[in-house]
Write a protein that binds this ligand. Structure first.
Ligand code: UDP
Ligand code: MG
Length: 325
């Protein structure tokens, strides 16, 4: 049996309109490179015909492997399942909607041959609305300040990982997974190149504004305890300014006698402080929630069916679990 060199991992959620075209383009891009490849599709509990399409693809092409979830578990879980399925020396992660152009994969493989463990295809922001662009700029600015790992604007999940990088990602046990952070955390020699942003070929994006906001908060919180540190700093500064203000009032009373009390100042101070306290409580609550979530140690997803042998899949999960201990 020939050993697989390149595994392409593709999470799919309601992509029936585009999956056929994607598969054809990907195969057309990979075949000329002469690499022995497999494509690991993960159906993330789609409600359309994506699963049926994947079954057909797998029946027609022995290089196709698939896993289907029992419900929608999210892209992070789907990527994790795909990484666990993959057996290639090199793994390429990409979206099914043709926003990650398959013709860039040979270039990524070429860069990997030069010794890089991670090759990131970074999109520019052309074709995006001004609001989304400004918001993402602001977000990445914030992330750079508050996060311990570096996250680059436009560097999404379209990337190539070497086997040792994949093993490093799989050895991270957390259930709240923020891949962009995990990929950056594992380190290794990384190179990136920029490509022009492409609009989705068909179907709809699953990331509305609210979803993106929550994803952003996840990213900020899942990687460090800096927001907690910030809360302590804010508290200390407020305490210090309150002390100064109190001294000023005392001095005023000593010099000019008792002044009329400042009702407006008082109300403003109370409201501002309550706001800060509530926000801080929220931050703490968010961390406690995460601890609760991690403590349950639930699996990341439930598999409905797969054409990857159960033995191989559970062997990989066992190795992951062993490497965690
Ligand atoms: N996706 C997934 N599970 C989800 C949402 C999305 O597997 O719950 C997949 C989706 O099929 C696609 C990729 O993740 O292959 C990126 O999703 P999308 O194109 O909706 O995101 P966008 O490109 O708009 O950020
Ligand atoms: Mg997309």
């Amino acid at each position: 049996m020939t050993t697989v060199h390149t595994s392409v991992v593709v999470p799919c959620f309601n992509e029936s309109e585009v999956i056929g075209a994607f598969h054809a383009e990907l195969v057309a891009a990979l075949e000329p490179t002469g690499t022995v490849f497999e494509i690991c599709y993960v159906d993330d509990g789609s409600s359309d015909r994506t699963r049926i399409h994947l079954l057909d693809l797998a029946a027609a092409d022995p290089r196709v492997r698939y896993t289907s979830f029992s419900r929608n578990f999210g892209k992070e879980a789907a990527m994790l399942a795909g990484l666990r399925m993959s057996c290639g020396e090199v793994v390429v992660l990409m979206d099914a909607d043709l926003q990650h152009p398959p013709e860039l994969v040979p270039r990524m493989l070429e860069l990997h041959r030069h010794g890089f463990d991670q090759v990131i295809a970074q999109r520019d922001r052309s074709g995006e609305g001004p609001v989304r662009r400004t918001l993402s700029r602001a977000y990445y600015g914030l992330v750079r300040r508050f996060m311990e790992v570096e996250i680059v604007d436009g560097a999404g999940d379209f990337r190539l990982l070497s086997r040792r990088a994949v093993d490093a990602v799989l050895s991270l046990p957390e259930s709240n997974r923020f891949s962009k952070g995990l990929f950056s955390w594992i380190g290794f020699d990384t190179v990136s190149f920029t490509y022009q942003n492409v609009q989705r070929a068909a179907g709809q994006s699953k990331w509305g504004g609210r979803h993106l906001l929550n994803y952003g908060i996840d990213g900020l919180l899942s990687f460090n305890s800096r927001p907690l540190r910030m809360a302590i700093h804010t508290g200390l500064w407020l305490f210090l300014s309150a002390v100064c203000y109190a001294l000023w009032i005392i001095a005023n009373v000593l010099l000019d006698g008792v002044d009329t009390p400042g009702y407006a100042t008082l109300i403003t101070a109370i409201v501002a402080l309550s706001g800060i306290q509530l926000a801080t409580l929220g931050v703490i609550g968010e961390y406690v929630g995460r601890i609760y979530h991690e403590a349950k140690r639930r699996p990341h997803y439930v598999v409905r069916e797969t054409n990857t042998s159960r033995a191989a899949a559970s062997a990989r999960e066992l190795t992951d679990a062993a490497s965690r201990q």
